[in-house]
Design a protein around this ligand. Structure first.
Ligand code: TRP
Ligand code: SF4
Length: 340
């Protein structure tokens, strides 16, 4: 199918850390499926400008993670021939649009945004008494991310829904004021639920130390799974267990073959399975899952020039699309002074 007839899909990540298996089951898997569908034209943006809104004092961290992120993508099978990967800060049109859109969003609307509200509460220490203008405004910049590329579908987790709603509002106001120029995007909720951490925490993250990273070595995987939370009522091997309260069982649901999963749960309930053996089996499954990913990672780590080329090429392509949008926007806003 011709590129121009395809449905543009836009997703993005902040380059602030490596991706873990929660990201894999939560979003990467959806992206892999979408890139195989010929009707779609998927873009992945590496949101470095957005990452700086709460990491402005750590530019090295953001810079380093841009390339780490691309390696994570490639190692799970994101194919730059099918998916355009680009760097947000290298698209000046997005920054321009952010400024134009800022007239369509009130301060109180931003302050009411549930995602931003939660984040501000978490970041009190970073921002002190008052949050920065840049951070408060990141939903506006995210609206620009999406509309710069005429993104039609935006696959996101539930936490991002208020941001997409904000984008739709901006688009409607813009179009009402200047004429039908922008495309109103739709959020697509990824149906996979959020994956819990090895400690049972709802959130997985570096600071919590409860996540398995796509880049973890066999030893790291082994160490983490050995200390995962199991059924606390099981002390001896023949105590009857409850896999529903065990994080090892929870992860077996993700990694074990269907048939084996049934056996695992039955043996646990019947007190016929030791937790150590059960964990070792999980370690094996996770390593089998990660091994091909590790092999690809090793290849790309040895070839940084390939990563650079993918980023340059993706950004070049993205920039062409961005310029087209900007032309239409400036014309509609009567800012096309020397165009005719
Ligand atoms: N806010 C997203 C996150 O934290 C990242 C992001 C930036 C994004 N721009 C986007 C996601 C545009 C979808 C569309 O994960
Ligand atoms: Fe969890 Fe396995 Fe132990 Fe059952 S046997 S409690 S599933 S680790």
């Amino acid at each position: 199918m011709e590129d121009s007839k395809k449905i543009r899909i836009l997703t993005g990540d902040r380059p602030t850390g490596r991706l873990h298996i929660g990201h894999y089951f939560g979003s990467l898997k959806t992206r892999l499926k979408m890139q195989e569908n010929d009707q779609y034209d998927p873009y992945i943006l590496i949101a470095d400008v957005q990452a700086l809104t709460d990491n402005f004092n750590q530019p090295e961290k953001v810079r380093k993670n841009v390339r780490e992120l691309v390696i994570d993508y490639l190692s799970v099978g994101i194919d730059p021939k099918k998916t355009t990967i680009y760097i947000q800060s290298m698209i000046p049109e997005t920054a321009e649009l952010t400024v134009f859109y800022s007239n369509f969003v009130t301060i109180s609307r931003l302050e009411r945004n549930p995602t931003v509200k939660t984040e501000i509460a978490q970041k009190k220490e970073l921002f002190g008494e008052s949050v920065t203008y840049g951070f408060l405004g990141y939903p506006v910049s995210q609206a620009a991310d999406i509309t710069t590329f005429e993104g039609k579908l935006v696959p996101v987790g539930e936490d991002q829904l208020p941001l997409i709603e904000q984008c739709r509002e901006i688009v409607r106001k813009f179009n009402n004021t200047y004429g039908d120029v922008l495309i109103e995007p739709e959020a697509v909720l990824s149906n996979t639920k959020r994956i819990k951490g090895l400690d049972g925490n709802d959130k997985m993250g570096k600071s919590l130390g409860n996540a398995i990273y796509l880049s973890d070595s066999e030893e790291e995987v082994s160490k983490k799974i050995m200390s995962a939370v199991t059924d606390p009522n099981r002390i001896r091997k023949d105590d009857l267990g409850n896999p529903d309260v065990c994080m090892v069982a929870y992860y077996h649901h993700l990694f074990a073959p269907e048939k084996e999963l049934k056996t695992i749960c039955e043996e646990c309930r019947a007190g016929k399975r030791g937790c150590v053996a059960c964990k070792k089996q999980l370690i094996q499954y996770v390593n089998e899952f990660l091994n091909p990913i590790r092999a690809k990672r090793e290849y790309y780590e040895a070839h940084p020039e390939i990563i650079d080329n993918i980023l340059l090429e993706g950004t070049r392509k993205a920039r062409l699309t961005a310029k087209e949008t900007m032309k239409k926007v400036k014309k509609a806003m009567k800012l096309d002074y020397f165009e005719s």
